[in-house]
Write a protein that binds this ligand. Structure first.
Ligand SMILES: Nc1ncnc2c1ncn2[C@@H]1O[C@H](COP(=O)(O)OP(=O)(O)O)[C@@H](O)[C@H]1O
Ligand SMILES: [Mg+2]
Length: 245
């Protein structure tokens, strides 16, 4: 006899136990800076980091938004690798915010369980302190995406986000925001307008040039400051295929 069960709604996310993530090592191979620190890819992320440090000679705290024209160009992987290379420089504290609440993946790449995060924070259900999670990597903290809201656009309260970013900048040298694709959603251009800089991730050979230019225009229309491109997938060799250039 077959037993049919009604599909259950996913269990609601819980708050992250303090320091839970510090005991979970990051081992995924996409995190080249950690997984293969001598690789060309890792070196290229360090070059991207060096350009960012050079653009910021007085070492002011900065918020940097990572986006791309379309999905799957490597934003999340690039955000984490950039964060990993930033924390390699001495006394540099970094926090990564998973602002892609529709398609979150920061926890996925760090192999962490899904917990509450930005959604709950923006709804005022948890304080900032409860959303920030230390990781197993020294000086690298994250805020996960949290529950997928029914109406993600509604929770994007820019004043609230601005004040959260300001608070984080007092504590961290770099606040990196992983966001949805700029051609699909408004979030990146809105968030870009309140960030200090934007890095546009582009998968070479896949994203047509006009789409990249369109994304650039959209981001700049609202006053976003594009610092540069992070090109992924430039070479035929599989290993080097995801590095930034
Ligand atoms: N360095 C890498 N090594 C292997 N796969 C990668 C690497 N960078 C990205 N990818 C793959 O590309 C896909 C998209 O990457 P992701 O960063 O999640 O894109 P986005 O955040 O832009 O949607 C994923 O399947 C990921 O595994
Ligand atoms: Mg992503």
């Amino acid at each position: 006899m077959a037993i049919f069960r009604k599909p259950q709604p996913p269990a609601p996310l819980v708050a992250a136990p303090p320091d839970e993530a510090t005991a979970i090592p990051a081992t995924r191979e996409e995190l080249a800076v950690l997984h293969d620190p001598q690789s060309i890819i890792a070196e290229q992320y360090r070059r991207l980091r060096n350009s960012i440090l050079t653009l910021n000679p007085d070492r002011a705290s900065r918020t940097i938004l990572m986006t791309s024209a379309t999905r799957g160009e490597g934003k999340s992987v690039a955000t984490l690798n950039l964060a990993l290379s930033l924390v390699e420089s001495p006394r540099t504290r970094v926090i990564v915010l998973d602002a892609d609440v529709r398609d979150p993946s920061v926890e996925h790449y760090l192999e962490l369980p899904r917990r509450q995060g930005i959604t709950e924070l923006l709804r005022g259900e948890i304080p900032l302190k409860a959303a920030v999670r230390r990781t197993s990597i020294k000086n690298l903290d994250i805020i996960a995406a949290g529950e997928r809201p029914l109406n993600p656009t509604e929770i994007m309260n820019l004043d609230r986000i601005k004040s959260i970013l300001l608070t984080l900048k007092r504590e961290y040298d770099y606040v990196l925001l992983d966001t949805p694709p700029a051609l699909t959603l408004n979030d990146p251009s809105m968030l870009g307008a309140i960030s200090d800089g934007i890095i546009l991730v582009v998968r070479l050979g896949e994203t047509p040039r006009h789409m990249v230019e369109q994304a650039q225009r959209i981001l700049e229309t609202l006053g976003g400051n594009i610092l540069g491109l992070c090109l992924t997938g430039a070479t035929a060799s599989k290993k080097a295929a995801y590095g930034p250039y």
